[in-house]
Design a protein around this ligand. Structure first.
Ligand SMILES: C[S@@+](CC[C@H](N)C(=O)[O-])C[C@H]1O[C@@H](n2cnc3c(N)ncnc32)[C@H](O)[C@@H]1O
Length: 272
């Protein structure tokens, strides 16, 4: 969904700021995913792992996974954004990377099948149901899928504020409909059910609900716009372009603001 928009936003807005990771939600989520994988592979005598990171971004996961384990990792990745891949290549110089879409993952690295496939913060862009059969196809027998993904239970305070009368008056009456712009699963239960329906066994799962605090509008924009978390919403409302008077009003009436995200983190294994 919205592929060209996503590509432009990552190439032109988000890539140079992504690794700043304000509020540390990406780093903390990926740490949890790495811990799950260490626990999963811990008892096994795995030495070499071929890993395909779909929506590899700036390579944070692959770099962290390699730092935290002794596996001999053969890293592969695809991403819509060339700029994100450029940054990933600095961190993971042996990354075999292609600019491409998850929807066409079968077109890349043909002949390879993987021990581990990761989709981290990608299920907002490509529905889990569309990814599952393709990922199954690209995994070795007993291969592992590591999923990290925001759910619809996240950012409830931001959505409530965005749909308040005052904000709608300031921004031309538009309503913020999260579901129009991202396709996150409803909750962990939906993630687990979808995986089981597509021939996966759940090995580990948790919900991570990081708390967020925005002292003022600039802190909110650092996270939501430049950091990539709510870039389509911010652009659709024109928040990133608002005039000094509107900023001052927002700082007085909306901030400081607390919110939280809701992130499903799962390790699943291909069965059958
Ligand atoms: C929130 S970032 C996550 C990056 C990385 N997985 C991480 O956890 O840090 C989402 C990434 O997915 C990429 N992306 C979005 N839609 C995609 C698609 N349809 N196919 C491939 N990559 C996509 C974006 O370009 C971006 O780099």
């Amino acid at each position: 969904m919205h592929t060209e928009l996503t590509q432009r936003q990552y190439d032109e807005v988000i890539a140079p700021h992504y690794d700043d990771d304000p509020q540390s939600v990406i780093g903390d989520s990926l740490d949890r995913a790495v811990s799950q994988l260490i626990q999963h592979f811990g008892g096994q005598s795995v030495k070499q792992l071929s890993v395909f990171d779909i929506g590899v971004g700036t390579g944070m996961f692959l770099a962290e996974f390699r730092r935290s384990t002794e596996f001999d990792i053969r890293p592969f990745g695809i991403d819509l954004s060339e700029k994100m891949i450029d940054i990933a290549l600095d961190k993971v110089p042996d990354l075999m990377a292609e600019v491409g879409t998850a929807e066409r993952m079968e077109d890349y690295f043909s002949g390879e099948s993987f021990d581990l496939i990761s989709t981290h913060f990608v299920t907002g862009f490509v529905p889990l149901q569309a990814l599952a059969p393709k990922i199954r196809e690209r995994l070795q027998p007993d291969g592992i899928w590591s999923i990290v993904g925001g759910t619809k239970a996240g950012f409830s305070a931001s959505q409530r504020k965005a749909n308040s009368k005052l904000i709608r008056w300031l921004f031309g009456g538009r309503r913020l409909q999260v579901d129009d712009l991202v396709c996150n699963p409803a909750d962990l239960h939906e993630v687990e059910t979808t995986l089981r329906q597509h021939g996966f066994k759940i090995c580990q799962s948790e919900v991570f609900t990081p708390q967020l605090y925005f002292a003022d509008f600039d802190e909110f924009l650092d996270f939501a716009y430049w950091g990539g978390w709510l870039t389509p919403f911010v652009e659709s409302m024109g928040l990133h372009k608002c005039r000094p008077l509107v900023r001052a009003l927002l700082n007085r009436l909306v901030f400081p603001m607390k919110d939280h995200h809701n992130i499903a983190i799962v390790v699943a294994q291909k069965i059958g």
